[in-house]
Write a protein that binds this ligand. Structure first.
Ligand SMILES: [Zn+2]
Length: 415
């Protein structure tokens, strides 16, 4: 009897504590609204449900850092197919195609450094600004009318939007396609809180902790609130009296997580917010930053004073929470990290983009088409001798011919 009471008491304390933690998270400094995305919330709730999750994510992050970008494709444009799922209940949530096209255009501009505000980067960060060389191609728009609600809960995120039998829409080929779900993300019932979107990181895919039941492939992708999709959205998100102006960069930020990036402040404050200059985002070329930039574009922000090479916070970074209007940079290290993910953990997204490399940038030697799937033509405009090797997108040799005498002809190469 005494034991039972003790157990009940412990359970009650646990539930009360957990409830308090979530309430604090929701209420302290409008954390969830300011949070912009549910990344921290997801990390903490998944760790509670599947101990080992955070370690797996961290191990994968370090593995990515040590991996190689294909040396033959440093300058190649990588194309990712995208499917948008519009899961709607009210008519306003059923976004017009023009909003989706606009969102796709923003993704393509920001990931190719073609954004109109790219030159507004401060001079001290200018040399770090990089073209990610990643393009996004629309594969389809799926529309599902639903009666379901997609709400945050005390234990996690509204992943029912990804399940057709729960009123959502099933992922389409998530190993080969970036799935983006757009829905009305609702606050935690009776508590409140709002996030604008979330994404799962490439957390191993093959090194999840055994038995963790960590997110399945069908959950992989990005979820966005319908009011922060695109920059031509007729809907306005208002939370606690504040209007949120969307420029379509919630999606840019979430795709950054999907491709392995952390928040620029390294999430040292945990789900409670706060500041930590000891946590790092793992990128060598981003300044040490202790906490997120809330609303605003204050260029005087400097949350960590370093003894040497002190730099202000990089409020222009897409992985911060600053106003979307002042965001205009992925750094070189961030770009390298995302491309490594595409060559390794998420290589299914770029499979088939087998490419050839013009070793000497020699105009007398051409391989086409490029990229190629099965057959390519090798063309020489003058006689040459030597060895030719052709590599696939992962740097593997797919064709080799030694001691050839090349006449000024075209050769058909078949895989
Ligand atoms: Zn985030």
């Amino acid at each position: 009897m005494i034991t039972n009471l003790k157990m009940k008491l412990q359970k009650s304390i646990y539930l009360t504590t957990f409830f308090s933690i979530i309430s604090l998270y929701v209420l302290s400094g409008q954390q969830i609204l300011d949070s912009k995305c549910g990344y921290d919330f997801m990390m903490e709730t998944y760790e509670q449900q599947h101990p080992g999750f955070k370690t797996a994510v961290s191990n994968t992050f370090e593995k990515i850092k040590k991996s190689e970008e294909s040396p033959f494709l440093r300058n190649e444009i990588l194309t990712v197919d995208v499917v948008f799922h519009i899961v709607w209940k009210e008519n306003a949530e059923n976004l017009h195609d023009s909003v989706i096209f606009n969102q796709l255009d923003i993704l393509n501009k920001d990931y190719r450094l073609l954004n109109d505000n790219r030159d507004e980067i401060r001079e001290l960060f200018k040399d770090l600004q990089a073209d990610a060389g990643i393009e996004f191609k629309l594969k389809g728009i799926v529309r599902v009318k639903t009666n379901a609600n997609f709400a945050l809960s005390l234990t996690g995120l509204p992943d029912n939007v990804k399940n057709g039998s729960n009123g959502g829409s099933n992922a389409i080929s998530p190993d080969k396609t970036l799935n983006i779900w757009i829905c009305h993300i609702r606050p935690i019932p009776f508590i409140g809180g709002q996030i604008l979107g979330y994404a799962y990181p490439p957390a191993g895919l093959d090194n999840w902790p055994a038995g963790s039941n960590a997110p399945s492939a069908g959950l992989d992708g990005v979820v966005l609130d319908f009011r922060v999709t695109g920059s031509n959205n007729p809907n306005q998100l208002t939370v606690q009296g504040m209007n949120y102006t969307s420029l379509g960069r919630t999606c840019v930020h979430e795709v950054g997580h999907y491709l392995g990036l952390r928040h620029i402040w390294g999430d040292g404050g945990g789900i409670f917010g706060g500041s930590s200059c000891n946590a790092d985002d793992g990128m060598a070329d981003t300044p040490n930053q202790g906490s997120e930039t809330g609303f605003g574009c204050d260029k005087n922000n400097n949350t960590c004073i370093d003894a040497q090479n002190d730099l202000p916070d990089m409020i222009e970074n897409y992985m911060d929470y600053s106003d979307e209007r002042c965001q205009n940079i992925f750094t070189k290290d961030q770009v390298s990290h995302m491309r490594k993910v595409l060559f390794n953990q998420r290589q299914g997204l770029i499979e088939g983009q087998v490419s050839a490399y013009d070793v000497a940038e020699n105009t007398s030697f051409r391989v086409f088409p490029n990229p190629v799937t099965d057959q390519a033509v090798l063309h020489f405009e003058e006689n040459k001798t030597g060895t030719i090797q052709i590599y696939d997108i992962l740097g593997k040799v797919v064709f080799i011919q030694k001691s050839w005498i090349f006449n000024s002809l075209s050769y058909l190469l078949t895989s």
